[in-house]
Design a protein around this ligand. Sequence first.
Ligand code: ADP
Ligand code: MG
Length: 355
Amino acid sequence: ALPQAPKRIKALDQDVVNKIAAGEIIVAPVHALKELIENAVDAGSTSLEIVVKDGGLKLLQITDNGHGINRDDMAILCERFTTSKLKTFEDLTTIGTYGFRGEALASISHIAHLTITTKTADSSCAWRAHYADGKLTPAKPGQNADPKPIAGRGGTQITVEDLFYNVPSRKRAFRSPSEEYAKILDVVGRYAVHCTGVAFSCKKHADSATSISIPVNATTVDSIRHIYGSAVANELLQFAVSDQKWGFKASGWASNANYHVKKTTILLFINHRSVESSAVKKAIEQLYSAFLPKGGHPFVYLSLDIDPQRVDVNIHPTKREVNFLNEDEIIESICTAVHEQLTQVDTSRTFTTQS
Ligand code: ADP
Ligand code: MG
């Protein structure tokens, strides 16, 4: 038989394109929440309150006390590639943050019902707006879509409802809300440890009790104690190391040789974004294998600031694994610093028993 005539090629609707892009960036509720936390921290907030319903699928709400959003920016706020953080391509090399692309709110608006209430210091009232598919949308059909003035405190509240309501295949992929909530608590806990000077709370919608509650004045170790427990918080060593040649500064807390658990926990922040690096994990595990019993693993919180020009920031938001220049040298310096602390503890202990 003759081959069939090919079907004609057509451009996808912009709407479909945007929905596909959104679904690539936000695979689970926790990915939306991470973006929202980063936005709130970027806005200079000292308090973040998070409320979650059904693992974030029904409701994700984050209230901050940051600088807010100008009313006149609300119309374009959720369009793709609108941002206050970057103007030129060159800015990319100096900004040094992941998640700079002005895509988070746009993506969320394509796959959820999004409401934003915000107040800047120089506005006499707060403004509330609803968004769908990147644009302002009326609260009820027939009304106009303009932001409405309401009473409110300084800062921003972002409400994400019915995530994936229009992506049924994605929605079906979620097995349990409690699994999604666990992922959310994991990310909130990480940022709570990292962002000293910022109060964090996170709770389920109907619950009066919070799952996480960190006061604004908590130290890093206080936060680790609250989230990961005293067993680890009591056994931490502080370390810090930097090297101009490789353009980095690193600091953090690592568990000592008294502490070991079944799985390694690494809280890794590069330029203040929570990321993953299997190279870092591997090096840390190897370092500790000399100090811990077989099968025992450490806890490490590591904040790494790398000269922005050395980080590949032009990275797709879905890539949680990162790379940077001179990775091997930087990781080695960090491991040497942690190693020094681990062995110093041994000496001090010998000293105490002798005296
Ligand atoms: P990006 O963070 O990459 O700029 P987003 O889509 O996450 O892109 O946010 C778009 C813009 O909206 C930000 O650049 C910022 O100006 C503003 N914004 C978002 N969230 C907040 C917030 N919580 N407080 C103040 N401004 C915000
Ligand atoms: Mg953002």
